[in-house]
Design a protein around this ligand. Structure first.
Ligand SMILES: [Zn+2]
Length: 255
């Protein structure tokens, strides 16, 4: 399978759209194609792919705002998303498996908290073994989304579902927030976290971090999945994992 990231609103924002394609058939999903003008030149010139579906990780406009305009171009294709996205035609159940082309298998993972309709998509190439997860605004590299429609217990459960995926799964979040997340994570995880130091070095050399790190890396450098790390407990002055999660989010919001 092939994952192409397309930066959207790159001068004013930091959103990613992803084009997930099956190697054999070139059929593709457009994941969070919110700003068609940032995406269509690629689809028309470089990658004349057959778009099979529009897919949203959640209903926020900077993820779903392109659905209506894209449907005018790609008529009668499904819009796969949670219940609150515009033009949605199919909301997969938690654990439902969808197919793209010959070799890509995608499992829907419900992760309610940032929004109640948040769904992450875990893609596996059955031929090459490659694995990727599209995490929207639930999981960021070394961070997580704000709890707009949920609470700490829900985010803990959501992130646990993602951490239960195979360690080699590459993480593709909805925004490029890595550098600012690293600044916060350093204050929480302390100076001795080697993986976080390596992530910081990577960020200083690369504007784009998406897809460069895996679920295994998140377990090392993301404080929001390290709720029992003694450094995190020390920083939050909480010990119950849900209280640690709530406190971390509160600290990040005020950082
Ligand atoms: Zn959002």
């Amino acid at each position: 399978m092939h994952v192409k990231y397309l930066p959207m609103r790159w001068k004013t924002g930091d959103n990613y759209c992803y084009v997930l394609s099956d190697d054999a058939t070139k059929k593709s999903w457009l994941i969070d194609p919110a700003y068609p003008s940032d995406i269509l030149p690629y689809l028309k010139t470089e990658n004349k792919t057959e778009v099979e579906a529009i897919v949203n990780t959640h209903h926020h406009y900077d993820h779903s705002g392109g659905n209506a305009d894209l449907l005018k171009l790609y008529k009668n294709i499904p819009v796969i998303a949670g219940k609150d996205s515009p033009n949605v035609t199919h909301t997969p159940k938690h654990g439902e498996v969808l197919k793209l082309g010959d070799n890509v298998q995608i499992t829907a993972i419900h992760t309610p908290c940032h929004t109640q309709d948040s769904i992450c998509y875990f893609a596996q190439d059955t031929k090459t073994g490659e694995k990727a997860v599209f995490t929207g605004d639930t999981l960021f590299i070394s961070g997580c989304g704000r709890f707009f429609e949920g609470n700490g217990a829900e985010m803990q459960a959501a992130l646990q579902r993602l951490m239960d995926l195979p360690d080699s799964t590459k993480v593709y979040p909805g925004h490029e927030y890595t550098l600012s997340n690293v600044k916060f994570s350093k204050t929480v995880l302390g100076p001795n976290n080697k993986a976080l130091k390596e992530l910081e070095d990577y960020c200083l050399k690369h504007e784009v971090v998406t897809g460069a790190f895996t679920v295994a890396d998140e377990k090392l450098f993301n404080p929001f999945v390290r709720l029992t790390d003694p450094e995190v407990i020390k920083s939050t002055k909480e010990s119950d994992p849900v209280s640690v999660m709530d406190k971390l989010r509160q600290m990040k919001n005020n950082f």
